[in-house]
Design a protein around this ligand. Structure first.
Ligand code: G1P
Length: 292
């Protein structure tokens, strides 16, 4: 069945970005010339997804405003002869059909996904964690959709991580099917390296069968006292196949200040418009960088 819907969880408190995220949702921080969350939407749309469901909270209305049309502003821009800018604004709200679900309590990623049950309905769907950006952009989700269609099961993105870092991720026990494809045998949320089943970590892309909702409804709070998507998938894989797609290429984690800065610099260094000036500026600092 065609994947028509994507869920983007964006209700988190963004504690790693406080106090900045007190008034600016971290998903709206810029990566070059657009907010982080727009990369997730663009990837979904490039995979043929038509409906984007964003899970937000009352405090994060700015996300809804960003993806909603602002006719007054478009009109002002047109009157000022800035029609191109006005078109650019309209394009953002027309990229997909947007729906917003308010997560009333911060009970974890699994709970955020569960809050979209009515909107998703009885069909497979994608989940995109906006913090995670891949060099191969939409190709990651595209491959995962193909695998889901072929095996009629849920699919998670996997990447090899340093064995000492397993506590940052959901970690999978796997059986290789072929090449970059795996059958998932077990999943553990943020295990200590001594008990991690492997060093294959779950990255922020999922294609999920609708049965995940009943699995999540039966899932008790796990790591951090929250309802974990990893635990929902762990119980789902006892009933239905869950598969893994090992991604290639760079992975960018924009979910920490450090990661966000690094991603910004790396993307800027590769960007045809921003790279020349940045490279020139950096080349001035042969020795110590000046302190700010
Ligand atoms: C979430 C998931 C985790 C996954 C990670 C990918 O964790 O719970 O299983 O590995 O996303 O980014 P979070 O980063 O929200 O702590």
């Amino acid at each position: 069945m065609k994947i028509r819907k994507a869920v983007i969880p964006a209700a988190g408190l963004g504690t790693r970005f406080l106090p900045l995220s007190k008034s600016v949702p971290k998903e709206l921080l810029p990566l070059l010339d657009k907010p982080i969350i727009q990369y997730a939407v663009e990837d979904a749309v490039a995979c043929g997804i038509e409906l984007v469901i964003i899970v937000t909270s009352r405090e994060k209305m700015a996300i809804e405003n960003y993806f909603s049309r602002n006719m007054a502003l478009e009109h002002i821009l047109e009157q000022k002869g800035k029609g191109i800018l006005s078109d650019k604004l309209r394009h953002i709200s027309e990229m997909a059909d947007f729906r917003f679900v308010s997560q009333k309590e911060m009970l974890g990623l699994g709970h955020a996904v569960l809050s979209t049950k009515e909107m998703v309905g009885d069909e497979p769907f994608a989940v995109i964690l906006p913090d995670d950006i891949f060099q191969q952009r939409e190709q990651v989700l595209q491959r995962m959709i193909e695998i889901s269609e072929q095996y009629q099961g849920s699919v998670v993105a996997l990447k090899t991580v340093d064995s000492s870092e397993t506590e940052r991720w959901g970690v999978a026990k796997v059986n290789r099917i072929t090449g970059s494809r795996y059958k998932i045998e077990d999943l553990v949320e943020k295990p200590h390296p001594s008990v991690a089943p492997s060093n294959l970590a779950v990255m922020g892309r999922y294609v999920l069968m609708p049965e995940i909702f009943s699995a999540l409804e039966a899932t008790s709070p796990g790591w951090g006292g929250e309802i974990q998507l990893t635990d929902g998938l762990k119980s789902l894989l006892k009933r239905q196949g869950v598969y893994g797609y090992q991604i290639e290429g760079e992975y960018y984690d924009t979910g920490t200040i450090q990661g966000w800065i690094q991603t910004t610099v790396e993307l800027a260094m590769k960007h045809p418009e921003y790279s020349p000036a940045l490279r020139e500026r950096l080349s001035l600092f042969k020795g110590d960088l000046p302190q700010i």
